[in-house]
Design a protein around this ligand. Sequence first.
Ligand SMILES: Cc1ncc(COP(=O)(O)O)c(C=O)c1O
Length: 438
Amino acid sequence: MSLNDEREKVLLEARTYYKNIKNKIKPFIPGETYIAPSGKVLDEDDLVNLIDASLDMWLTSGRYANEFEKEFARFLGIRYCSLVNSGSSANLIALSSLTSYKLGDRRLKPGDEVITVAVSFPTTIAPIIQNNLVPVFIDVELGTYNCDINQLENAVSDKTRAIFIAHTLGNPFNLDKVMELANKYNLWVIEDNCDALGARYHGKYTGTYGHIATFSFYPAHHITMGEGGAVITNDPELHKIILSFRDWGRDCWCSPGKDNTCGKRFSQQHGGLPFGYDHKYVYSHLGYNLKLTDMQAAVGLSQLKKLPEFIKKRQENFRILYNELKNLEEYFILPKATENSEPSWFGFPITIREKAPFNRNQLINYLEDNKIGTRLLFAGNIIKQPVFTNNDINYKVVGPLTNTNIIMERTFWIGVWPGMTEEMIKYITTKIKDISSL
Ligand SMILES: Cc1ncc(COP(=O)(O)O)c(C=O)c1O
């Protein structure tokens, strides 16, 4: 038997194995089966790809990573995609890249200000502070949970150099206004698109408007690699800088196992090094190593094929939830898509109105007791988190964070992920209706 045939045999067995274990999954029993707020949907193709990549024994980023980067860029209609090992790493690289000396006067320098929101995931904010920049927090809207665009211009000072905001729970922020302001004041825009893969604004994918965008492929996200993330850009110079920060800070951009991609490996002058110093060992940034393995990329590639159907299912689940709950607006602020957008929902956020006969703790405990998973809107107001209250962090706040504080106190979300069925959703909404009519 040839090696290829041996491989095919292993893969065929893996496929059969997966089909068998899938048949053994217990059916949903309301009140007994836990309904997770997020999760991964895998199939035999994912297992086959994972094993195929492991049989290569290449282990680091390789053929699957290259193919994923190409296919992902093609899906989004963007020029460059760089895979990394998480959405947090993607955010770290995206922001760090803007500090590169290669950007000349446009580089971010310590003390420069970055406009963002306090209702955020911590690793959207952390890279700002880790790069000695100053986050400037503005408020968000209830319903869309995105930045309050009326506050945006008030946050601009002579030190403002960038805007770094997430599309909250898959709902795009107002990209028209953000890009207009960025153009007016010559600001960089990073879209944290970790929760919004497949969302559109004026029909075009979010993540393709700003200078750089980031993605997460953690299991809660639209597609998964277990751990994984990506940084995308249309700018060839930024792309090289992104690769440098990802790959140890090196100047060279050869893929693992390749040499002399630039064709000038031994014939350039770099810094104070002797002429012709091997380009592979020239470092232009204080970088990291945030690459991922080819096994992760292989799973991502088979997941990517299912992305359009995952997005549709998330949107459908959202619609069912919305229709079932729309009569309860007396007690709840229900989610609202941003104008001109088509969200790719990550979750279904609900804010409990003050007049409701229950508070958030009572409601989420009731839901969790009934096996319905809930989540808060990440850090709520990040400046109230222990990391901020116990450290001397340099930040600015523009305007009162009224809605941010409401979200911290009264908002939570439930799932819409593609593993959820209509039966599960109807069970969730029945429970919410039950407590609302007590
Ligand atoms: C908006 C946002 N940004 C960044 C991240 C970080 O992604 P990861 O968990 O892959 O590090 C998350 C995680 O869910 C997120 O929700």
